[in-house]
Design a binder for this molecule. Structure first.
Ligand SMILES: [Zn+2]
Length: 403
């Protein structure tokens, strides 16, 4: 990560270019003498030249073998690194009154950080659809978007941009409606009731749309994996599933009590759950940067914030204080030492999952979360995946070709 700023810059230029589809009119752009990491798993290739035009790579090879077109704009890459565009696989961009539509903030911060794709895990469907198509048409700068629209939640949803699910009929109808209205996948939240969840899962399978998200409070991780849930966010349901008192934990509302999760952790149950995820290829998006930040929010939300200039006033003055208050009242009421141990256990879990062949994706939950800045946070997440035990190449792949 020593050359991080150089690598940011190059990714950003390429990313900005990807935003446009006017390939024919645009001059080519040549990155010369750059260290290339293609994220296929091959080692760094030194002194490479890559020529791109619009969204196409025209040439790629050793600098001595590539003839740079005369008309190309040349970017000196000596001492820097070029990587594929990154994906943030857990983002929120337009989310009711919490994140009002503003195309001058979130999409630009993603692109400036080399994040050229996002999986939007819940938000306002109509404006998100407009962004999705304007970005795809080159009319707006932003990452490519895969969107869920409203999140399926309980009868009284916990968040904006949600679809209330009371029962199985709601589960089926909502899945049908979202697919018809242009959602790319279905997002599941924590309060969906059991019958609503299994009906939604069944309907999604029937009509061919992916469902992903939280393991709901009333569903076991084993059940979600077997029902075909494509990804599990924030390790929801995982520590319950590894506990020797899962039944007791399932019968209570979630939130505090992380100390009990750890005190009743059963390595044999953990091994079985991890093996099931690997067998079913249930992707994990542990959102480690978010987890660390929100579980330890009194630490995260104090001290100087070097990125503060990128945050709109409404985030700093209204949204973040609101999140902080909510979090301190609901989840983060355990003693700090319990929460620190829990975050450590999450890192260990991600490492174990990775070694056992459970597929892992990078994701941040930006722009929800205090000081979880779009784009910047994805780079933090990659660093934390490495701390959890992924190799640097595995971490890159969690945000590129695996995404
Ligand atoms: Zn989220």
């Amino acid at each position: 990560m020593r050359n991080r700023f150089g690598f940011f810059a190059l990714v950003a230029i390429w990313a900005a270019l990807l935003g446009f589809r006017t390939a024919a009119q645009e001059p080519a752009l040549a990155f010369v003498h750059v260290n290339l990491i293609d994220a296929t798993g091959s080692p760094v290739q030194a002194d490479m030249t890559v020529v791109v035009q619009g969204i196409e790579i025209l040439q790629i090879g050793k600098s001595k073998d590539v003839a740079v077109p005369k008309s190309a704009k040349v970017v000196e890459g000596r001492g820097k690194y070029l990587i594929p565009g990154l994906w943030d696989m857990h983002a929120h961009e337009i989310f009711g009154a919490w994140l009002p539509e503003d195309e001058k903030v979130i999409p630009l911060l993603f692109v400036a950080n080399g994040v050229t794709g996002v999986r939007d895990m819940g938000g306002d469907l109509e404006p998100l659809k407009r962004w999705r198509s304007r970005i795809a048409a080159g009319e707006m700068i932003g990452p490519r978007m895969i969107i869920a629209g409203p999140m399926l939640d309980g009868p009284v949803p916990a968040f904006p941009s949600s679809a209330p699910i009371r029962d199985a009929v709601d589960g089926r109808n909502t899945v049908d409606e979202l697919k018809k209205n242009g959602a790319d996948f279905i997002k599941i939240q924590s309060l969906v009731p059991r019958d609503g969840y299994f009906a939604a899962a069944d309907e999604a399978r029937k009509i061919g749309i992916v469902f992903a998200g939280h393991v709901p409070d009333k569903v076991r991780a084993v059940e979600a994996s077997n029902a075909g849930q494509k990804s599990v966010e924030h390790l929801t349901g995982v520590f319950e599933g590894c506990s020797s008192v899962e039944d007791e934990l399932m019968s209570k509302p979630r939130g505090p009590g992380r100390g009990r999760f750890l005190a009743t952790y059963d390595p044999e149950r953990a091994k079985a759950l991890i093996a099931l995820f690997a067998k079913n290829q249930t992707w994990q998006v542990p959102t480690l940067y978010w987890e660390q930040g929100e579980w330890l929010i009194e630490k995260t939300n104090s001290g100087p914030d070097p990125l503060a200039k990128y945050a709109p006033v409404v985030w700093k003055d209204k949204i973040w204080p609101m999140f902080t208050h909510d979090i301190m009242q609901s989840w983060s009421t355990d003693p700090l030492s319990d929460r620190e141990n829990f975050v450590r256990a999450e890192f260990k879990m991600v490492g174990e999952m990775n070694r056992a062949g459970v597929p892992i994706l990078a994701g941040t939950d930006t722009a929800a979360g205090v000081r979880v800045y779009p784009g910047f946070s994805l780079h933090e997440d990659l660093g934390l995946l490495v701390r959890a035990g992924l190799t640097p190449m595995e971490a890159l792949q969690a945000a590129t070709r695996n995404a």
